[in-house]
Design a binder for this molecule. Structure first.
Ligand code: 5GP
Length: 130
């Protein structure tokens, strides 16, 4: 069965898209730790991040860099933190999270709430900088 992220990539489930190429899809996390919290997923369905094939995982890092640089243009932060967990969705993905301190990337924290319009505006601003 297709993962929820494969359905998002195919457009069967809506998402706040940031960027896409032949191999990867980036979109806002629906339960963000910070404004601009973005997920980057490979289009190929692999559960565990370190099972991604060598060439793809290397290209994924370059794609993440492009997205992180765009996030930095829009969100006021010290840097963009990177996390890989995969405890919830069995489709490998990288979290890109704008941070100012260690606390900002603590996944045990309550998540932020944004309206549909706010999510759309954030995604639009970041995607303009890709
Ligand atoms: P992880 O698998 O890395 O532990 O967590 C999965 C992440 O995906 C969570 O941060 C969660 O908010 C996000 N997520 C789960 N389902 C959806 C969804 O349908 N849309 C979006 N945009 N994010 C999701």
């Amino acid at each position: 069965m297709a993962t929820i992220f494969s359905k998002i990539i195919k457009g069967e489930i809506p998402s706040y898209k940031i960027a896409e190429d032949d191999d990867f899809y980036a979109f806002l996390d629906i339960n963000p730790l910070a404004k601009g919290h973005t997920l980057v997923v490979p289009k190929v369905e692999v559960d565990y991040y370190f099972d991604i094939e060598d060439t793809t995982i290397a290209k994924m890092n370059v794609f993440c860099k492009r997205v992180a640089k765009a996030i930095e243009q829009v969100v006021d932060c010290k840097r963009v933190g990177v996390a890989v967990l995969g405890l919830e969705v069995p489709h490998a993905h990288v979290h890109l999270i704008p941070i100012n301190n260690l606390h900002d990337i603590n996944f045990a924290r309550p998540k932020l709430k944004f309206t549909d319009e706010e999510f759309r505006n954030i995604a639009e601003e970041i995607s303009k900088n890709i």
